[in-house]
Ligand binder design. Structure first.
Ligand code: FAD
Ligand code: SIN
Length: 542
C-alpha cells in the first residue's frame, strides 16, 4: 500500500480548526470569492508559495469589458464565440460579458488605478476583438489587480491568508474519521506547510478551488512556475469531471532570449500597431495566413503562422516590430516592457523584438456550472482551473481575468445563498506518514519534470498528429509507474506534489487530444484537418 495516504485506524482530529469556507488560491478568482464571502462568514485562503505567486500578478494586457458607447454586449459575445470556434456555451458567454462592467466598477472601488483619458477609461485593443474594449493599468494590469485584491483581503477581519501551503489532495468522505456518512461531500484539503514540512488538514463547510492553470506542463510557457495543474488534478482524483483539456493556448509573442525564458510581450503591442516580420525575408507574413485580420487575428491563428514561418525558414524566432510608431507612444503604452527589454539590450522604439510562441493559458479544466459548482457537493471552482464554457476552443484575449472576477463572485454568492444546506465538517483522519521516508534521490523529480515538459512541447504542442499523441501517451504511462512509486515511498515536498499533478495534467491533456478527431481552435491535428459541423466538448469522467 502506498505511504502517503490517510491512516484508516487513527481517529484523532487531524489539524486546524474548521473554517466556514476554504479558498485554495490567492489570485484573481480566489481573492474575489474570499472578499464576497467575508461579508457573511469566515474564510481561510491557502496559497502555494507567495500570495502573489500566480498568473494574476503577471497579467499584462488587461481586462475585456464593453464600456464604449459604440460597442455592444453582442459584439463582445460574438468575438468570444468566433475565437472559441463555436465550442463556447453561449449562456456562459452572455453571463460573463454582461457582468463585465460591474466587475470593472468593483475593481475601481478597490482602488485599481486603470488608465484613463479625457474622463473615461482608456481602452486598448487586442487580437480577435472587433472593438477597443481592454481596460488596463499600463502594461502591467495584473500586478495592480493583485495588489488591490490582496490589500482588501488583508484588511478584512474575516479573511485569514495562509501562504506557503501546498495543497495535496481534497478531503472527501473516505477521509472522515467516523464511518463514512455517504454524503460524497468535499470537506477541505490536506496541505503541506512548506516551512515545517508537516501536512495539515484544513476543513470547511465549502471549498473553492482557484488554483490557476497547468501551463508548466510545457517546456516553454509564459506562466509562473507554480502553474502545475494542482487543482485540476486534485478535483479529478476526488471524482470531478474535467472538460476540453486539449485546448491549450499558445501565446504568439513570448520574448526569445537565452537568459530570460518566459517573458511575455503583450498582445496589445500588436493591438497598437506592432507588425510581425520574417527576419530572413524582412517581410510581414500575416497576410499569407489571415489577410483580413493580419496581426490581430485570434491567437491560435497567429501562433500557428509564427510556428509555420519558423519551421519553413529554419528560424529561431520571428520579429515583432513597433519601432515605426513614435518613441513617446511606445514608451507611454508599454513602459514596463520597454524598460525590461532595454535592460536586455533591446530598444523597442528602434529595434524589432525577437519572439516565439509559448504555452500561455489552459482553456480546459474542472467542469463547472454558472454558479461555479463542480460535480462534487461542497466543491466549487473558479478561474483558470475551470472549464466554464466561456472560452470554448480558444480564449479571446483578456477574457480570463474577467472570468475570474465573474465566477469568483458567482461561486461565493451561491455558497451564501445555500448556506443552510452546508453542514459543519466532520472530524477527519490525519495525514499518515508512518510508511514513508525522506527522499535520497531528488534528481528523480527533476529528471521526470524535464522529460514531461519536453515531450509535451514536442508531441502535444501547436500542431499535433495521432503518432505524436500516441508517443506522448506511451511516455506518460511509463512515467506514471515511476512517479506513483516515488510518491508512495517518500515524504511529500512541493516539488513531488507538483510533479504528480503535472503528470496527471499531461495525461488528461493527451487523453482529451486523442479523443478529438477534428481540428478546432487550439486543437490542430494534421490527421484530422477538418472541423466537424457540430461542436462537442471533450468530457473526461473519472
Ligand atoms: P492564479 O492567478 O494563477 O492563482 C493561482 C493561485 O493558486 C495562486 O495563489 C497559487 O499559489 C495557488 N495554488 C496553485 N496550486 C496550489 C496548491 N497546490 N496549493 C495551494 N495553492 C495553490 N489574462 C487576461 O485576462 N488579461 C491579461 O492581460 C493576461 N495576461 C497574462 C500574462 C501572462 C504572462 C500570463 C501567464 C497570463 C495572463 N493572463 C491574462 C491570464 C490570467 O492572468 C490568468 O488566467 C488568471 O490570472 C488566472 O487567475 P486565477 O485566480 O485562476 O489563478
Ligand atoms: C497579453 O497581454 O497579451 C495577454 C492577454 C491575455 O492573455 O489575455
Amino acid at each position: 500500500m502506498s505511504g502517503n495516504v490517510t491512516n484508516a485506524s487513527d481517529n484523532s482530529f487531524a489539524g486546524s480548526a474548521a473554517n466556514d469556507v476554504l479558498v485554495i488560491g490567492s489570485g484573481a478568482a480566489g481573492l474575489t470569492a474570499a472578499l464576497v464571502l467575508a461579508e457573511k462568514c469566515r474564510v481561510l485562503v491557502l496559497a502555494k508559495g507567495a500570495l502573489d505567486g500566480g498568473s494574476t500578478n503577471w497579467a499584462q494586457g488587461g481586462i475585456a469589458a464593453v464600456l464604449d458607447a459604440g460597442d455592444t454586449f453582442e459584439n463582445h459575445i460574438r468575438d468570444t464565440m468566433i475565437a472559441g470556434a463555436g465550442l463556447n456555451r453561449r449562456e456562459t458567454v452572455e453571463f460573463v460579458v454582461e457582468h463585465a462592467p460591474a466587475a470593472i466598477n468593483r475593481l475601481e472601488s478597490l482602488g485599481v488605478p486603470f488608465n484613463a483619458e479625457a474622463g473615461a477609461l482608456h481602452l486598448t485593443r487586442e487580437g480577435g476583438h472587433s472593438h477597443r474594449r481592454i481596460v488596463h493599468v499600463d502594461d502591467a494590469t495584473g500586478a495592480a489587480v493583485q495588489q488591490a485584491l490582496l490589500k482588501a483581503a488583508r484588511d478584512h477581519p474575516n479573511i485569514t491568508l495562509l501562504p506557503g501551503r501546498t495543497c495535496i489532495d481534497l478531503i472527501s468522505g473516505r477521509h472522515e474519521a467516523a464511518r463514512y456518512s455517504g454524503s460524497g461531500r468535499i470537506w477541505g484539503v490536506y496541505a503541506l506547510d512548506e516551512a515545517t514540512g508537516k501536512v495539515e488538514a484544513h476543513t470547511a463547510r465549502a471549498t473553492i478551488l482557484a488554483t490557476g492553470g497547468a501551463g508548466r506542463v510545457y517546456q516553454f510557457s509564459t506562466a509562473p512556475r507554480g502553474a502545475t495543474g494542482d487543482g485540476i488534478a486534485m478535483a479529478w482524483r476526488a471524482g470531478a469531471r474535467v472538460c476540453n483539456m486539449e485546448m491549450m493556448q499558445f501565446h504568439p509573442t513570448c520574448l526569445y532570449n537565452l537568459d530570460v525564458k518566459n517573458f511575455l510581450i503583450t498582445e496589445a503591442v500588436r493591438g497598437e500597431g506592432g507588425r510581425l516580420i520574417n527576419p530572413r525575408t524582412g517581410k510581414r507574413f500575416m497576410e499569407f495566413y489571415d489577410p483580413e485580420r493580419l496581426e490581430l487575428a485570434p491567437r491560435d491563428i497567429v501562433a500557428r503562422a509564427i510556428d509555420s514561418e519558423i519551421k519553413k525558414f529554419g528560424l529561431d524566432y520571428v520579429h515583432l516590430d513597433i519601432s515605426h510608431m513614435p518613441d513617446e507612444f511606445v514608451r507611454g503604452h508599454f513602459p514596463n516592457i520597454h524598460d525590461k527589454l532595454l535592460g536586455l539590450g533591446i530598444d523597442m522604439t528602434r529595434q524589432p523584438i525577437p519572439v516565439v510562441p509559448a504555452q500561455h493559458y489552459t482553456c480546459g479544466g474542472v467542469l463547472i456550472d454558472l454558479e461555479g459548482r463542480t460535480d462534487l457537493p461542497g466543491l466549487y471552482a473558479a478561474g483558470e482551473c475551470t472549464e466554464s464554457g466561456l472560452h470554448g476552443a480558444n480564449r479571446l484575449a483578456s477574457n480570463s481575468l474577467l472570468e475570474c472576477f465573474v465566477f469568483g463572485d458567482a461561486a461565493a454568492r451561491d455558497i451564501l445563498r445555500r448556506w443552510d444546506s452546508f453542514d459543519a465538517p466532520p472530524e477527519v483522519r490525519p495525514w499518515d506518514e508512518s510508511r514513508v521516508t525522506d527522499s535520497d534521490e531528488e534528481v528523480v523529480i527533476k529528471q521526470n519534470w524535464t522529460e514531461i515538459r519536453r515531450f509535451m512541447w514536442n508531441y502535444v504542442g501547436i500542431v499535433r498528429t495521432d503518432k505524436r499523441l500516441e508517443r506522448a501517451a506511451h511516455r506518460i504511462q511509463m512515467l506514471s509507474g515511476e512517479v506513483n512509486d516515488y510518491y508512495g515511498h517518500f515524504r511529500v515536498t512541493t516539488d513531488l506534489i507538483e510533479l504528480r499533478n503535472l503528470l496527471q495534467s499531461a495525461e488528461l491533456i493527451v487523453r482529451s487530444a486523442r479523443a478529438r478527431h477534428e481540428s478546432r481552435g487550439l486543437h490542430y491535428t494534421l490527421d484530422y484537418p477538418q472541423t466537424d459541423e457540430i461542436a462537442r466538448d471533450t468530457v473526461l469522467v473519472p
